[in-house]
Design a protein around this ligand. Structure first.
Ligand code: PRP
Ligand code: URA
Length: 207
């Protein structure tokens, strides 16, 4: 399942994010803000259970999450920019790290690090990466996570290309994908058009 989270606030923030004149401090802030909005949508289906609390005035029937065992799993490097906003909303979440870069000539992912919590079957994983281009990195990240025992997984990205969406949703029919935008296409170097350029470089001020 692929969902573009269609919201005026996201559209407005994306417009500034895409602009090549936006410097990296603002770029990072916008990624964080958009990630928060994506998470809101990606968690809409979580189950709640009824309980009661005492307000200062009376007993209140309330609902709490049935399961709040979250793991945020950024694909390094660029995915790191999406961790802090999720930890603000889900402060007790654990953080996994999936170290992977895309070889510029083959466009295939090269894995260099993988660390997740013990007993992964008990957690809800949110793989985060701003860019879903060919989809190679996200497909490989999800393969590795499943092999390690992860079962309940969602993918959050800021910008997706049609090629990446097709690749990912065919490879992982059980993993819902949430994106802020579905762009037009990839160029010959595997960059998303119109996209926002190289996410990692713009986040970290490298190039
Ligand atoms: C970027 C991006 C994704 C990947 C997307 O990372 O953050 O991880 O490319 O491309 P794909 O869908 O074609 O696999 P990159 O490899 O540039 O590494 P970085 O985050 O370290 O800059
Ligand atoms: N990775 C990026 O950072 N940007 C793209 O457009 C594609 C892959």
């Amino acid at each position: 399942m692929f969902t573009v989270v269609d919201h005026p606030l996201i559209k407005h923030k994306l417009a500034i994010l895409r602009n090549k004149s936006t410097e990296h401090r603002t770029f990072r802030e916008l990624i964080e803000e958009i990630t928060t909005l994506l998470f809101f949508e990606a968690t809409r289906d979580l189950k709640t259970c009824k309980t009661t609390v005492e307000t200062p005035l009376a007993k209140a029937e309330v609902e709490i999450l049935e399961n709040d065992k979250f793991v945020i799993a950024p694909i390094l490097r660029a995915g790191l920019s999406m961790v802090e906003p999720l930890l603000k909303i889900a402060p007790s979440a654990k953080v996994a790290h999936i170290g992977m870069y895309r070889d510029p000539s083959t466009l295939k992912p090269v894995s260099y690090f993988f660390k997740i919590p013990k007993n992964p079957e008990n957690y809800m994983f949110f793989i985060v990466d701003p860019m879903l281009a060919t989809g190679g990195s996200a497909v490989e990240a999800a393969n590795t996570l499943k092999k390690a025992g992860g079962k309940n997984i969602k993918l959050l990205c800021i910008i997706a290309a049609p090629e990446g969406v097709e690749n990912f949703t065919k490879s992982h029919t059980d993993i819902p994908v949430f994106a802020a935008s579905l762009d037009e296409k990839l160029n010959s170097k595997g960059y998303i058009i119109p996209g926002l350029g190289d996410a990692g470089d713009r986040i970290f001020g490298t190039s």
